[in-house]
Design a protein around this ligand. Structure first.
Ligand SMILES: Cc1cc2nc3c(=O)[nH]c(=O)nc-3n(C[C@H](O)[C@H](O)[C@H](O)COP(=O)(O)OP(=O)(O)OC[C@H]3O[C@@H](n4cnc5c(N)ncnc54)[C@H](O)[C@@H]3O)c2cc1C
Length: 464
């Protein structure tokens, strides 16, 4: 088994998939390591991809993520980008993608790129000498293997590799904590009565429900609050309820289970997963009993634990909500995103997002309390937020980059995570090719390469 690589990408999820493809396409001998039996991590749980377009419908994420999305849609695996008509200033579009067709296309693209993939392989620990990560130990059916590489990309979501070699990181947000969730999939739903019911009974607190402009999405009003409709059983359920539909009749994905845990504690994640699976069963039963259209529905899948935040790198730059909402321009921009701050309260099931929500959440960043988030900004992500302090040949991409607790609630969106993945993989490969380390890489060379590969480093007006 080959143990010497140019680039090792640790974690084949949202960011890691694109890092692996990008690195291999640049000609680097690349290994992608993933603990599960499929690629995509949280992108493969049936949620809509957010953060590709800003509130003015300017595209900010393209490149390999857009290529993948196009291929999935071409195979009938989703409705692609969908634009909202009115969303109370929060998010302006999301992309629908079926997770099973995605997984298939992800394998195809990894194979075509020449990136070597090891599934069912878990990262154990890294080894460091001075400013360099020398090696990483992984565990699979062949035993414990020591792998060496010239550059490493940590896309584990939890910054496992970075933390293991002593990169500084933070956790949490003061008293606030984001909930973990198991998304679940329900089949054989008669969508027409469900949609009608939601239109009639949805509690929008006098706001117009969310509507898609260009897609025949069932369950148009995306969120509703069952407990206000059924006060007698309300307290047993999380407050918010998201329904996602990717074009297969009768088949929906539900985002509503919530619990508070320490997502790095093995006992907690086990107990949390059990609680969330129970919630998925109960909510499905509740829908069958109370909501027209669910009479013959059944639970088809409960996805693995979805973690919104754990470790956050303290890198060469810490990205802030201020940077995000002011659309600050960075000389070292390597990707963009438009997924807005999105904090899911761990205990009450509330989503603390815009305007008043932020006030209640008592934002601890430098943002003035009274300032409302502008309508879905398209923000630049600086290269320095992917670079750990004190290590030269390691990049971090995905939800664990260097950002404040509040800013991470936006950069964790799949659009920005995908863009960061492509940037990190490209950077690692370019560093190897030019005989340097990612920390010392010529950023203008990286930017030119990314632009050539279709990455957006500025906002692209729709239709151009
Ligand atoms: C419930 C929920 C709903 C969400 N809804 C949306 C939404 O609607 N729209 C949106 O845009 N975003 C949404 N997000 C956010 C977004 O999906 C994630 O933040 C993003 O996908 C994270 O990408 P990532 O690459 O950092 O991590 P992941 O996609 O989780 O990838 C990490 C990968 O690393 C692997 N890994 C971890 N540890 C190891 C190890 N030790 N060894 C080997 N492999 C390892 C994992 O198996 C996984 O494949 C949601 C998040 C959650 C939790």
């Amino acid at each position: 088994m080959d143990t010497k690589w140019d680039v090792i990408v640790m974690g084949g999820g949202t960011a890691g998939l694109f890092a692996g493809i990008a690195s291999a396409r640049q000609g680097a001998k690349t290994l992608l390591v993933e603990r599960w039996g499929h690629l995509g991590g949280n992108i493969a749980t049936g949620m809509n991809l957010g953060g590709f377009f800003d509130g003015r419908d300017h595209q900010v994420v393209s490149g390999i993520p857009q290529e993948l999305l196009d291929r999935v849609v071409k195979r009938g695996g989703g409705l692609g980008h969908m634009f909202f008509k009115n969303v109370d200033r929060w998010i302006s579009s999301t992309a629908s993608m079926d997770p099973e067709i995605f997984k298939h296309v992800a394998f195809e693209m990894i194979q075509e790129s020449g990136c070597k993939l090891w599934l069912y392989t878990s990262f154990i620990r890294g080894f460091r000498e001075g400013m360099l990560v020398q090696a990483a130990e992984v565990l699979n059916k062949a035993g414990v293997l020591r792998l060496e590489a010239k550059a490493f990309v940590d896309t584990t979501g939890d910054a496992d590799l970075a933390a293991s070699v002593g990169a500084p990181f933070e956790r949490g947000g003061g008293k606030r904590q984001q909930a973990v969730t198991c998304i679940f999939r329900v089949g054989n739903v008669n969508l027409e009565p469900v949609e009608r019911y939601m239109e009639e009974r949805i509690n929008t607190e006098h706001k117009e429900p969310w509507k898609f402009l260009n897609a025949p999405l069932r369950g148009k009003p995306k969120y509703w609050t069952p407990w206000k409709v059924f006060p007698e059983i309300a307290q047993r359920f999380p407050k918010l309820f998201g329904v996602y539909y990717h074009g297969t009749p009768g088949d929906i994905f539900i985002n509503c289970t919530h619990t508070a845990i320490d997502s790095l504690d093995p006992e907690d994640i086990t107990a949390g997963t059990m609680r969330l699976r129970k919630q998925a069963m109960e909510v499905t039963q509740f829908l069958k009993e109370h909501v027209p259209g669910f009479e013959n529905a059944y639970l088809t899948h409960v996805y693995d634990l979805g973690v919104r935040e754990s470790r956050r790198l303290i890198g060469e730059y810490v990205f802030t909500v201020g940077d995000m909402i002011s659309e600050r321009e960075f000389d070292d921009v390597v990707g963009m995103g438009a997924y807005p701050p999105d904090l899911h309260d761990a205990t009450g099931g509330d989503i603390l997002i815009h305007g008043k929500g932020w006030g209640q959440a008592s934002i601890e960043e430098e943002l003035p309390q009274e300032q409302e988030l502008p309508y879905n900004s398209g923000y630049q992500i600086p290269y320095r937020s992917l670079l750990p302090q004190g290590l030269d040949n390691l990049l971090v991409a995905g939800r664990c980059i260097s950002a404040t607790f509040e800013a991470q609630s936006g950069t964790r969106g799949m659009g920005p995570c995908s863009a960061m993945g492509q940037a990190a993989g490209t950077a690692a490969a370019l560093a190897v090719r030019t005989g340097t380390v990612p920390k010392k890489l010529d950023v203008s060379l990286l930017q030119k390469t990314l632009l050539k590969d279709g990455v957006l480093l500025g906002r692209r007006p729709a239709g151009t």
